[in-house]
Design a protein around this ligand. Structure first.
Ligand code: GDP
Length: 366
């Protein structure tokens, strides 16, 4: 009879069919005495973790095991796609463990961003999404910005216990952990990845000291991310790779801005005012009159208005939402894409996006 072979590193079921899925090993590796999956192999030999996406139900099953343990949860989100990368369903599964919320990719924000205000906003936004966090940190796994703070926060909140790093795919979880591993190497408290105990959690275990470890949990694909509606090529266009340059538009009422073909912003009513746009520098913005916007969209989606650059016929219809802004400087956020800042002069705005990702309003972070 058949017995499932499991990885000696993380305990995940071994398979040889799909490189992209959990537990993959090349067929030839099945003959080894000790079988470890590709993800564990990379950690062991290259000091590098790699993210492998799980399906929702497998992921939730795995995450629910954290509820039975006792440790600090480090939840990573993408600051550029806060709500899209939040994984709301996770919280009821992680038990009573304290949570440190870490927003990654802070290097993408303009230097003028008020990071304290942003942290404040993150705390409030997390609470609004039903999550109480011990603290919030901002980091860049790419540049190392904020790392000392996050390390100190982890040390202080974990109180000698284990650490579970969770986050959906593409938030930079692997980059974050790899930075931690490489940063520690050579120091006295070096992470020794040669220590390789078998676990049954499907988590990769990286020892922190004699008593405790950091666990890398698998990433889940979050349907709320705009990424799932776009081709790889389009994703490249919308994903910022360096500091965003704000683009300022002076609009009169009854004017529209298109963010590629992915979002439409109608200034319905209000005095002429400035709108500051924060999107990847590679996304083109187009201004037109509201009365012309429908036909422009129909005629030029996929061309002048792109991304999307392909499969236009399958693209979902735009869904509208009207937002009123009064008195406060406000950001209208298109999760995964960017945001537009309003000065606080009274304005009525109608925003539309073709995908099922909720548009949000927040106090301006810049
Ligand atoms: P994972 O799926 O969560 O493990 O994410 P990865 O670590 O594979 O990173 C996803 C993408 O985000 C990659 O293209 C990374 O280069 C990029 N990335 C990760 N961290 C940062 C960061 O701090 N800043 C920027 N600009 N990009 C990052």
């Amino acid at each position: 009879d058949f017995e499932q072979v499991v990885c000696q590193g993380c305990g995940v079921g071994i398979q040889v069919e799909d490189k992209e899925k959990p537990g993959f090993v090349p067929a030839s590796a099945l003959e080894n005495e000790m079988i470890i999956c590709q993800r564990c192999f990379r950690l062991k030999h290259y000091n590098e973790v790699q993210d492998v996406p799980y399906t929702d139900s497998d992921f939730l099953k795995m995450i629910s095991q954290i509820g039975e343990t006792n440790g600090l949860i480090v939840k990573i989100v993408d600051i550029f796609d806060f709500s899209g990368s939040f994984i709301k369903s996770m919280h009821r599964l992680t038990g009573k463990n304290p949570i440190l919320l870490v927003a990654n990719k802070v290097d993408l924000l303009p230097k003028s961003t008020n990071l304290n205000r942003l942290k404040h906003w993150m705390k409030k936004a997390a609470a609004d999404l039903g999550l109480t966090v011990q603290d919030v940190c901002l980091v860049s796994a790419k540049t190392g910005q904020g790392y000392q703070d996050v390390k100190a926060a982890i040390e202080s909140y974990r109180k000698g216990k284990d650490v579970y790093v969770v986050g959906c795919t593409n938030v930079g979880k692997s980059t974050f952990i790899n930075y931690l591993i490489n940063d520690s190497t050579g120091e006295q408290d070096a992470i020794t990845t040669s220590y390789f105990p078998g676990t049954t959690l499907g988590f990769i275990e990286i020892p922190l000291d004699e008593q405790s470890s950091l666990f890398d949990t698998p990433g889940v694909i979050n349907r709320g991310q705009i990424a799932h509606y776009l081709s790889k090529k389009d994703l490249k266009v919308i994903t910022p790779t360096k500091e965003i340059k704000p683009r300022v538009y002076q609009l009169n009422e009854q004017q529209t801005l298109f963010v590629g073909g992915l979002a439409r912003f109608d200034f319905v009513k209000g005095e002429r005012q400035a709108f500051v746009c924060y999107f990847a520098n590679s996304i083109e913005l187009h201004r037109t009159k509201i009365e012309k916007a429908d036909s422009l969209y129909q005629e030029h989606l996929g061309g002048l208005l792109s991304p999307p650059s392909s499969e236009i016929e399958h693209f979902p219809a735009l869904q509208e939402r009207t937002i009123k802004v009064t008195a406060e400087k406000t950001d209208i956020v298109f999760p995964g894409l960017g945001w537009i800042t309003l000065s606080g002069q009274p304005a009525t705005i109608t925003v539309s996006t073709p995908y099922d990702v909720p548009i949000m309003k927040r106090d301006a972070i810049i």
